[in-house]
Write a protein that binds this ligand. Sequence first.
Ligand code: HEC
Length: 223
Amino acid sequence: MPKREGALRCPLLPMRAILGPLLLLAFPGFADAPGRLGFAADTVDIHATSGAQSGPIGKLLTASPVTALGPVEDGWRPVAVAGWTLVGAERALQAAPGIRVTRAALGPDGVGALSFGASRDDPETGQTWTRARLTGWIAVDTVALSPDLDTLWRRAEALFATRCTTCHVRRVPAHYTANQWTSHLKVMGPRTGLPRADQALIRVFLQYHSADAAALAAALTED
Ligand code: HEC
């Protein structure tokens, strides 16, 4: 019996050693793609084609999950961001139907870079939301991506704990919905005196820890 086990196990080791490099040869440059690249650590310009001459078609917003579609070419990477758009408001790609955690804000030319999927009616609001996927190119050297959300949240929580408690007690993130946090931050954000990027980071941190936290976590696995 021990002899037989050995016979089964041994051939697997060389197989793995051979298969790994073979896969790399079959897909050159794909060793680090495709797949989830990371999360926007700040706003990130997205372009319709590789190269800056075409100008950006929109911005990915802080914490937007970015998927690689292929390898880097001359400093540019083809990427996709998935989400939902409200019918009639296609220039804002949101994380989930009815939950306005904006993943991308598009210019007039940006809507053409969206591909649409199935629609869903939200019975509470009577609104129709459509699955949408934005594809484009980002300049890898100039954009800030975080490998995970926790890295972003550590900085956000420190800002929230110190800058949102100077006038009143610390509010409980889960006591408000993601959409309520958007409204509150419009008023409270400027009161902190922080740069807009930091206000946006606090907002999205609070949204991901809001009453909609479970729906937002689920939306991250949908991409
Ligand atoms: C300069 C003072 C000040 C700062 C800084 C401040 N707040 Fe406020 N906050 C207030 C005041 C005053 C109110 C009472 C309602 C009002 O005036 O809008 C309030 C109310 C609130 C409310 C309750 C609103 C409601 O209608 O229930 C929330 C939530 C809140 N703040 C969150 C925050 C967050 C998050 C930050 C940090 C981004 C922050 N605040 C920073 C002054 C401040």
